[in-house]
Design a protein around this ligand. Structure first.
Ligand SMILES: [Zn+2]
Ligand SMILES: [Zn+2]
Length: 408
């Protein structure tokens, strides 16, 4: 699972560390997952790992049926994200006294706050990122640097009064819509920023599992491992969300996440069903999720990666340079790319430099170089030698991320 990769401070993958340590100490490691990574699947495929399949679910639970709701056919009201089809399904569960989970992987109230007069979006002063409204806590927050500020009364760009409006849904806004559509239902929002401590979260999940909510609204926090025996319906509000951005792992991540979320339904003796609201039911990843054929998905994903020499069939590293002065950062990056004979000698391919997808965080400009090499090379060694052959100014930081999991 990608949450085993630490991306703050020291970059490392806990999974890879465990495998490495076990090989040093000649111990065994058990990687247990209902949704393994492609690396693990591929290692089992070539016989490097022993694969053991658990062919039955816990108790008498069955894998839920997964169906698509084609949003192009659903008449949607303004500022509404629960389709009529999904609404009916939720009502059915309410009548039966069963629980529903509405899944939206977006914290806060609305991802965008826009000015109706000038069209500007309220952004973070330190980052190339929008401020996300958290209405429950009463502030705007940058999800890159954590900076918060009060919702302004006037537009920061044009100064117009009372013109800022929320665009798009976060879980808080979805909860608002659910409360309107199901006025009698007890609704509970589970999102990492809504609960003060891990203990409070545990307690809340236990209460919900015992029936203290009719509708659960949750982010990916709910996707993993929690058992809600009364839950029989999962509605994924925006299945297309995780596919956007289109980085190397978007397909893998979406597949894993959707399978995990759907797996919340019907874990006890009641049959579960999951609906994916999507605008692109013909997308290959969505189709694979609906079909539920994991082996086929991993095989086609593996083939794609093999063709492109992408991990785990090739090596990939992200080199991020960041510093307060954009010119300085770009000059160093260009210099590094021009003087890369160490990398050329192992036939590595170099892409960039280019502004990183989030080009500024906490006031630092970020420039990215991608380096691709074949599996047999000692890429990490060469990258270190290459990096150390430059005199790096004090205010610029160069980070090497082997096998990056996220591409921000
Ligand atoms: Zn404005
Ligand atoms: Zn910020």
């Amino acid at each position: 699972d990608i949450s085993y990769k630490q991306e703050d401070g020291v970059l490392y993958s806990a999974r890879d560390m465990a495998v490495m340590r076990a090989s040093i100490e000649q111990a065994s490691v058990v990687l247990a997952s209902a949704t393994p990574s492609l690396e693990t699947w591929a290692n089992a495929d070539i016989g490097k790992y022993n694969r053991v399949d658990l062919t039955e679910r816990f108790g008498d639970a069955r894998i839920p049926e997964i169906l698509a709701i084609d949003m192009r056919d659903q008449p949607m009201e303004r500022n509404s994200w629960i389709s009529p089809h999904l609404k009916n399904e939720v009502e059915l569960r309410l009548e039966r006294g069963e629980q529903s989970l509405l899944f939206l992987n977006r914290r806060g109230y609305a991802p965008i706050t826009v000015c109706r007069k000038c069209g500007d979006q309220v952004g973070c002063e330190q980052c190339d990122a929008r401020m996300v409204e958290h209405r429950f806590q009463g502030y705007l927050m940058c999800h890159q640097c954590g900076e918060t500020k009060q919702m302004p009364n006037v537009c920061p760009s044009c100064g117009e009064v009372d013109c800022l409006t929320a665009v798009g849904p976060g879980v808080e806004r979805l909860a608002e819509e659910a409360q309107e559509k199901f006025p009698k239902a007890k609704i509970s929002v589970l999102s990492s920023d809504m609960l003060i401590s891990a203990q409070a979260l545990k307690t809340r999940i236990k209460e919900i599992a015992l029936g203290d909510a009719d509708i659960i609204i949750g982010t990916q926090l709910v996707a993993k491992g929690h058992n809600f025996p009364l839950l029989t319906l999962v509605g994924v509000i925006d299945s297309d969300l995780a596919l956007m951005g289109g980085d190397l792992r978007a397909a893998e991540r979406t597949f894993q996440l959707m399978r995990q979320v759907a797996g919340r339904a019907g874990r006890a003796d009641k049959k579960g069903i999951a609906f994916l609201q999507t605008h692109q039911p013909e997308h290959s990843v969505i189709k694979a999720i609906l079909k539920g054929d994991e082996e086929e998905f991993w095989k086609s994903e593996a083939q794609q990666r093999r063709l492109n020499n992408m991990p785990p069939f090739g090596k990939l590293a992200g080199v991020i340079l960041k510093g307060p002065n954009l010119n300085d950062v770009f000059n160093l990056a260009n210099n590094m790319v021009k003087n890369a004979h160490i990398l050329n000698s192992i036939n590595a391919q170099i892409y960039g430099p280019a502004p990183a997808p989030i080009a500024r965080v906490r006031g630092n400009h970020r420039v990215r170089i991608l380096v691709k090499a074949s599996k047999e090379t000692m890429l990490q060694n060469s990258l270190m030698k290459w990096k150390n052959s430059f005199k790096i100014p004090k205010d610029i930081q160069v980070t090497i991320d082997i096998d990056p999991q996220s591409f921000y």
